[in-house]
Structure formats: C-alpha cells, structure tokens
Unconditional design. Sequence first.
Length: 359
Amino acid sequence: MSTQPTEARREKSDLENLSDNYRTLTHISTTKYPYGQTPSEVVWTLNKARLIRYLPTEPIEKKHRTPLILVFALMSRAYIIDLRPDTSFVRYMANKGYDVYLLDWGSPGHEDRNLKFDDFILDYLPRAIRKMKEVSGSKEFSMLGWCIGAILSTCYAALRPDDGLKNLVLLTAPLDFTNLKGTGGFGNWVQDDYIDPERIITAFGNMPADMLNTGAKMLKPVENYVSTYIRVLENIDNPKFVESWHAMNTWVEDPIPMPGAVFRQLITDIFRGNKLVNGTLQMKGEPVHLENIKANLLNLIAEADHITPPCESENLLPRFGSKDKQMHKLKAGHIGIMLSGNAPRVTWPLIEGWLGERD
C-alpha cells in the first residue's frame, strides 16, 4: 500500500504549521501588545506627566479609606504596571477596594532637558498628590515607588513628612551605593569615568532612550539578545507564552529618554556621590534626611535583581525615621517581582495585606 498520500498530508501539515508560526512571530515582533486594558481616567496633567485613576472591574467587597499612588521610574514606560489583565497590579488593587492612582511621567522632549529631581519631587509630585486628595476626599495616602520611582518617593517622604503620607512602599529601591564597585547593576557602568554625563548631555540634551535601553540589556547580554528569542521560538505553539512575550517585548522595545539634568544628578549625586545615604543630598536647597521619614515603611527587595542589587537598600532600614518599618526579600528579579507568575500569589498579596492593616 502506498504511503505517498499520508506523507503528502504530513508535509502539507508541516508547511501549514511553519507558515502559522512565521505569521505569529512576525506579528509579535512588529506590533504592539494592547497594554493598559484596565478601565481608567486621567484626572490631572502637567507638561508630559499624567495622574491616572484606575477603576475596579469587579464588585468591591470592602472599600479602603486610604488612596494609593504609584510612582514609577523616569526612564521607562509606566504602563508596565498595567501591561496585561492577569499581570496588572493596578487592576488587582482596584478590585481589592483601593483607590489607585498612577503617576505617569511621560516621555521628555528636548525642552525638558533641564528638569531635575528637584522639580519632580517638589513640584510635580506635590501637585499630583493635591489632586489625588481632592478626587479621593482623603487627607492621608499611601505611596509605592518602584526603581527610580523609589528614589523620588523616598526623597518626597523625607522632605514632606507631614503632608499626609501614611504608608510608603519601596520596591527594588536604588538608594545605597556605599559598595558601588563590584556589586553589579548599573554600578558596573557608572563607576569611575566609564560614563561622562556632561558629554552626553552636551551632545544630546537628554540621556537617549536607546543608550539607556542598551545599557540595561548589556547587564545580561546573552539573555536579552539571544536567549529570549530562542525561548519564544521554542514556545511558538504556546499561546499563553506568546502573549506574555509579546507584552513584555512591547514594553522593553519602547524606552524613553531621561531628562539630562536628572541623569547628571543620578550619576554624580546618587550613584557616585552616595549623597542620599551620606546625608548631603539637597533638593531646591532643602536637605534630604532619611531620619525625617515618618510614614510606615515596607521595603521590598528582589533577591535576583540585576538592575538594583539587594545591597542598594537592604542595610538602610535602621536609618529610616519610621517607627513601623519592615523589609522583605523575595525570590524574584527586578521586573519579575511585580510581573512574574508568582507576583499575584506572593508580591501583590504582601503589599495589599500590609497596606490593609494600616488603612
């Protein structure tokens, strides 16, 4: 009996699968994932910045009194906090009864090159917070700062301890550079004279997005330039994996520049000068002292963080003036701490439970 028809069908099937896989790969590598699907409304704007309020998608069993504002980094797209419905921290918290706000800094233009940390901490943040208080009707609030957003949140908490900040959550916070050399993270690039911020600012005005993105990827070059694409090819028939990869790739390949003056401060004052820990950092002439922070404090560290190694905040707890302060180390990476499969089971309930007890 001839096997040609069977082989022909098998060959056709293989070709169809190959064609389908090619279309899938083309789609996820050339299009953007539809991020930001949680219902929301913009309640305030200033320059490029927006304050976004998120709405619940499920019936609320208990409404919490204290609103929560999330402060993200200045050089990454804030929509990562609402990247996919099943990895959306803002959706999770809104459905738990929290009045959730996200401060999205937007993408700076050349005209924003002279903006400093001082401006974001003592101008933008207070204005956004005043609007949040007005909308929520609450004089007290909680704040969560992630990555560079944790620097902004820490400085604000130290400079305005009596402005109603009740709870402060720091996530992968790059604060302490006592041991800058040999600890990994961006310390590999900013120590000594490897980077000259003045030359970059003079040439470009802002720190270019592609330079920041390449620097982050080069901390793990094999994983970021090779392994990630091998994994998606190996799992091209797995819709859940493909969707997750598409979403994350959309965010990774959508970087934004950092205001030039902020980049200068970050390199010279925060990283190399370690002024926040040394007590010599100033914002608009006001000294920033960790001892002045009064808010209840939760410091979350990712043990496998290659961007912000644990040493950049794990020794600071005694320095904070907060009476109620905790630190937790989680088995996760810099992004995975909020977006991995374990995040909805570990990180999110930890934050929600801690805030709920201090509502």
